[in-house]
Design a protein around this ligand. Structure first.
Ligand code: PLP
Length: 423
């Protein structure tokens, strides 16, 4: 029976990726299901931080060109290690900035209002930072966000309908920015179809990959997506504030970046110190200033693990974990009025499960007290992310057992139904 613990241990024995768990620092008495907010530290990431600290110690200024991973080329080297994760050529990626600064850079570069085409299309479910950035970019160009930022509506408050998004692609839209995976419900948008439809109408389109990279495969080059951007501290386990990334389709190479700086330069020319920028002939042109070397360092170790595991295998195990979790929720928690608010089919389900419950805030507090780390999303959402590289089927089983006990014994009633400062 799949509701028995033996079934979970059997799945763990059969798991081809099980050896990766040993490479992470996992606290013995917690079940960590929050890898989609902050991934865990791996020993390889720790070692690569140390490697770059040693370069600084041993080479000082010469670390830019000496040592195992010369800092001058590090952003490009990390781009190369990321290419398989999103299905692009290495030249189309650069590891730089953060999600929000990269969105600013890409909007400054790709949003070119002209004639009647002046609007930006986004959605009403996206993460606030993306919306703030788009609004400020509109304001910088002299437009009111109120009538120039169009946000696609969600019918159920959790997911977006492909046809509805397409219906919003009007003649006055210049640019579209959407998430690849929605941060609350975990829905994967149909990036290929949306890109085709946008291009048919002469609109440029970019995606935020924060919740998809390292969890689901992408074919951005094949789909012809114009640009994308992401953080690396969620599924990619780069650590708090690790350096983000961006992708620009090669058909846009040779354009000037909207926000230029000396690291936008062609590397051969950068130290000529001319006041006329010669931009790099690839995605490197979208860098601005000196790379944050020590915050990029953990990615050397972490991305290597993704290469070894393979994103297709990661996706396969991720789906097995979330399928198993959904089955257990259905079998064990039926009477407690949880609403499964993520898409259930495998094509549109990302790497986490999203449960809604009126008592969600305090249920999360009770879970934490019992050693399970979920995350709470205002006002009534519980996100549970069993991560392929380090979570087990047994942890999924155990988490459901603990949640059932919390509900049966009403242990959540000890807590206030209010979120903390960080939730
Ligand atoms: C995590 C996340 C962010 C965070 O932006 P930072 O600039 O990395 O702080 C932005 N957008 C989305 C969709 C996210 O999931």
């Amino acid at each position: 029976m799949f509701t028995e613990k033996g079934y979970a241990t059997h799945l763990d024995r059969e798991d081809d990726l099980k050896s990766f768990r040993n490479e992470f620092y996992i606290s013995a008495d917690t079940i960590y299901f929050d890898g989609n907010s902050l991934g865990l530290l791996s020993k390889r990431a720790e070692a690569s931080i140390q490697t770059l600290v040693e370069s600084w110690k041993n080479y000082a200024i010469d670390g830019w060109t000496e040592g195992n991973h010369p800092w001058f080329y590090l952003s490009e080297e990390l781009g190369k290690l990321s290419a398989d994760l999103i299905g692009t050529s290495p030249e189309e990626i650069i590891i730089t900035g953060s999600t929000t600064t990269n969105l600013h850079q890409l909007t400054a570069s790709f949003y070119k209002p002209e004639g009647k085409r002046t609007k930006i299309l986004a959605d009403e479910l996206n993460f606030p930072s993306d919306i703030y950035a788009l609004k400020s970019q509109l304001q910088l160009k002299g437009y009111e966000a109120q009538d120039h930022l169009i946000q696609v509506k969600s019918e159920d408050g959790n997911t977006l309908d492909t046809q509805t998004i397409i219906d919003f692609m009007a003649e006055d839209v210049a640019l579209i920015v959407l998430p690849a995976v929605l941060y609350r419900s975990g829905q994967i948008l149909d990036m290929k179809t949306l890109t085709d439809e946008a291009h048919k109408r002469g609109i440029l389109i970019g995606f935020d990959l924060c919740h998809s990279i390292g969890s689901v495969p992408h074919e951005l080059s094949d789909w012809g997506v114009d640009f994308a951007f992401w953080c690396t501290y969620k599924h990619l386990n780069g650590g708090p504030g690790s350096v983000g990334g961006l992708y620009v389709n090669q058909k846009h190479f040779g354009n000037e970046p909207g926000l230029a700086g000396w690291f936008s330069s062609d590397k051969g020319k950068q130290f000529d110190m001319e006041h006329e920028l010669t931009a790099a002939p690839h995605a490197g042109a979208y860098q601005i200033g000196t790379p944050h070397v020590l915050s990029a360092a953990p990615l050397l170790g972490s991305l290597e693990m993704f290469q070894e595991a393979g994103i297709q295998n990661i996706r396969k195990k991720s789906l097995q974990l979330t399928n198993y979790l959904l089955e257990l929720i259905e079998a064990e928690l039926k009477e407690f009025k949880f609403k499964v608010a993520n898409p259930c089919d495998e094509i549109t389900r990302g790497g986490h499960i999203f449960l809604e419950h009126p008592e969600a805030a305090r249920i999360c507090k009770a879970l934490k007290a019992d050693g399970v780390i979920p995350d709470f999303r205002n006002p009534n959402g519980i996100r549970l992310a069993p991560v392929a590289l380090y979570n087990t089927f047994e942890e999924v089983w155990e988490m459901v057992r603990i949640l059932k006990r919390i509900m049966t014994e009403e242990r959540y009633k000890k807590y206030e139904n209010k979120r903390g400062v960080i939730a």
